[in-house]
Design a protein around this ligand. Structure first.
Ligand SMILES: Cc1cc2nc3c(=O)[nH]c(=O)nc-3n(C[C@H](O)[C@H](O)[C@H](O)COP(=O)(O)O)c2cc1C
Length: 167
């Protein structure tokens, strides 16, 4: 069960949390819900909104499922889920039903698919996308992308913030 809170109520060190704890990007697929592990993402304040920016490579199944949906969720978990997050960050939803394998359950909040076992959930509405490009780098892009396999950046408005509750 989740309780809705305000983003301002959280005292997270987001950089540390994203870097070390990782997150899941959770999307609606045609016949299931899919999730991929991500730790290249940013939390911020832009356009007078709480914004999360996620970076997804075109070859990810999540890239396609995000294209097909206006909303998705970003989920954070307690440390005992790390092994599952590693699996969700290596297997692809193209090949298997990853959430069933993890024995995760899902629900819908603000129209977005949500994993019930998550500790903290952000529901997100897509606002803007841009593909990173070699010509826009101010340093040699090969030092960051040796294979030139650039990410698509998606900026989304955080429309809901939910924490797990036992009540
Ligand atoms: C710790 C960790 C962080 C990751 N961060 C990202 C990321 O920010 N962007 C990305 O495109 N892939 C990232 N990945 C790789 C995807 O999670 C991985 O390719 C996954 O299998 C894609 O699943 P999908 O095909 O079901 O979308 C990360 C993987 C791990 C283990």
């Amino acid at each position: 069960m989740f309780k809705q809170i305000k983003l301002d109520d959280l005292n997270e060190n987001w950089v540390k949390k994203i870097h070390y704890e990782w997150a899941l990007i959770v999307t609606n697929d045609t016949d299931k819900i899919n999730a991929m592990t991500a730790n290249w993402l940013q939390m911020g304040w832009l356009w007078n909104k709480n914004i999360v920016t996620v970076y997804v490579r075109p070859e990810r199944h999540t890239y396609t499922t995000m294209e097909n949906n206006d909303v998705f969720s970003v989920a954070f978990f307690t440390s005992e889920h790390k092994k599952k997050l590693m699996y969700l960050g290596t297997a692809s939803g193209k090949d298997e039903d990853k959430l069933s394998k993890c024995e995760y359950h899902t629900t819908v909040l603000d129209g977005a698919p949500v994993i019930e076992e998550a500790d903290l959930v952000l529901t997100v509405k897509k606002l803007y996308q841009h593909m990173l490009k070699d010509e826009n780098f101010l340093v040699d892009s090969k030092t960051i992308y040796p294979q030139q396999d650039f990410h698509l950046a998606t900026l989304g408005e955080i429309i809901g913030v939910y924490v797990k509750t036992t009540e």
